[in-house]
Each structure stands twice: as structure tokens, then as C-alpha cells.
Design a protein. Sequence first.
Length: 297
Amino acid sequence: MTDIIDGNAVAADVRDGLGDAIDTLADADVTPSLATVLMSDDPASETYVSMKQDDCEEVGIDAIDIELDPDAPAEELYDTIDDLNDDPEVDGILVQMPVPDHVDDRAVLRRIDPLKDVDGFHPENVGRLVAGNARYKPCTPHGVQKLLAAADVETDGADAVVVGRSDIVGKPMANLFVQKDEYGNATTTVCHSRTEDLAAKTRAADIVVAAAGVPEMIDGDMLSEGVTVVDVGINRVDADTEKGYELVGDVEYESAKEKAGAITPVPGGVGPMTRAMLLWNTVKAASLQHDVPVDLP
Ligand code: NAD
């Protein structure tokens, strides 16, 4: 029997677990707060931001919504970040990516106070993660760690293959897997667009994390019996549905499920975890900045 790892259920547990930490903060008169900054009129980005705000309100985190004209000068975004950095009422800052082409996204990430950088993308936080002293783990790979833990998948000594080397998923995922740490200690291979014979790498893996953004590129033939498959990919493909498309992962679910010991579905796998771990980081940000220790789930 293949274990279908239910991301919605694990994410609900994380959110429930955050309730105790939020209560502890409330006892110290602290309500965690997250400022989202949107400088885009892309409908997908607008949806992502509004979902993040709804998530915050649901668990008792204050959501501060800032929208900037996509044609405004970059300075306007920098000034906004500076104001949020200085505001003691703001614990976390998230600038929704992508920003317009005339704005340097690396400069944006560097501008955010590392203590408020709940995405974990500031170079200081990236460095801490690599050094094994993470402050804020990026939400998607952190969520993958929580999913593996919830499914009792042992990473210690396992051969893990990460497909994709982006700054937001592939690289931090690999960095978490190699840490001498709980949910780490995996022998880790990072595959990418220049990898030769990807199938040989994935077939040799105990755990495959697919984050390439290529619809259904990994099928059952590329996997060995009993492998754990975590599908990060979210891809829109044309389909005969009301919307004219459907969402698929980077893994061909049906054939992969035949081989896998455990697998995450798309949707309902990694996606809900990414959202839950943003709340987790925001609660941690409040705890750190107000000096109120909390137990995090
Ligand atoms: P990206 O485009 O920044 O990076 C993709 C990576 O995949 C690159 O490093 C590239 O080298 C590698 N790659 C591309 N084609 C490949 C191939 N044929 N073989 C091997 N490697 C290949 O993408 P990203 O931002 O890391 O996102 C990856 C996917 O995950 C996308 O579908 C994205 O929508 C999804 N995503 C999901 C969540 C979530 O919460 N579930 C979060 C972030 C991203």
C-alpha cells in the first residue's frame, strides 16, 4: 500500500500547534504581525497574497496589506521596506515575487531586516541555514521536512535526490537535507537542467523531491520500489475542464504511485505546507523580536 501523504492534514496540525505559541505571545501582549507587499497586478500574485493574509487572520496573526503601483519607481518599494523594518508593530515582511523588471529583486531581499525576513531569502538567513544555524528556513523546503517527519520517513542515512536548484526550493532543500540535524543527515544529490541521465539518479534514490517546474517529468520508470516521492511542482496544463486547465506536479502521479512507498499529491501535498510554514516563521519572528520564548510545533 502506498502512503498518500496528506499535506492538508499535516498543515492543519501545524496551524493547530501554532495556537499554543500564539497564546503564549498573547499572554505577553504580543500579537504576531505579517506585512505583505505586493508590487504587481499579476492575478496569480494577487491570489497568493490574499491567501497568505487569510491564513494569517485564521490563526490570529495580524495581516498588514501593502500594495504598490507596479509602475512606481523602485525607491518607493525600498522606502516601504525601510518603514516596515523600523516599525515595531511589524514582525514579518514578505515582498511577493516577482517584482517588476525595473526593480532589482536581490536588492529587495537584502533590504529586508533579516530578523523580519520570514521567507528566509536574505543572504544572512541563507548563510545561517548553510552554516547549520538556521533562523528562518524557507517555507517550502521546511514544509517538505515536516511532511517527511509526519509520514515517518527517515532521512538519516537516506539517499535523497533533489531535482531543481532554485534559490527558493532546490538549494535550501538540499542544504536542509545535508545538515547534521533532525530531518537531515541524508546523502544528497542535486539535479538540474544540465544533469545527464536524471533517471539513473532518481532510480538510486530513497527520497526524491521534484522541484523543476516541468509537468510530469518524473514517471514510475524513473523510480525504484518503495521510494518516497515529494512533488513540489505546480504546473498548469491545458485540460478539458471548466477553467480550461488543470494543475499537475512534476511527477506523473499514477505511475509513480505504483512504485512509491509514500507520495505527495498535487494539489494537496506541499502547497498547503508552504502556506503553514510562513505562519510558523511569522510566529517565530514575533517570539524573537519581542523576546518571548514559545514552543513551536
Ligand atoms: P525554478 O524555475 O526557479 O527552478 C527550476 C529548477 O529546475 C532549475 O534549477 C532547473 O535547473 C531545474 N530544471 C528545469 N528543468 C529540468 C529538467 N528537465 N531536469 C532537471 N532539472 C530541471 O522553479 P522553482 O521556483 O524552484 O519551482 C519549481 C516548481 O515548484 C514549479 O512548478 C513551482 O510552481 C513549484 N513551487 C511550488 C511550491 C509549493 O508550495 N508547492 C513552492 C514553490 C514552487
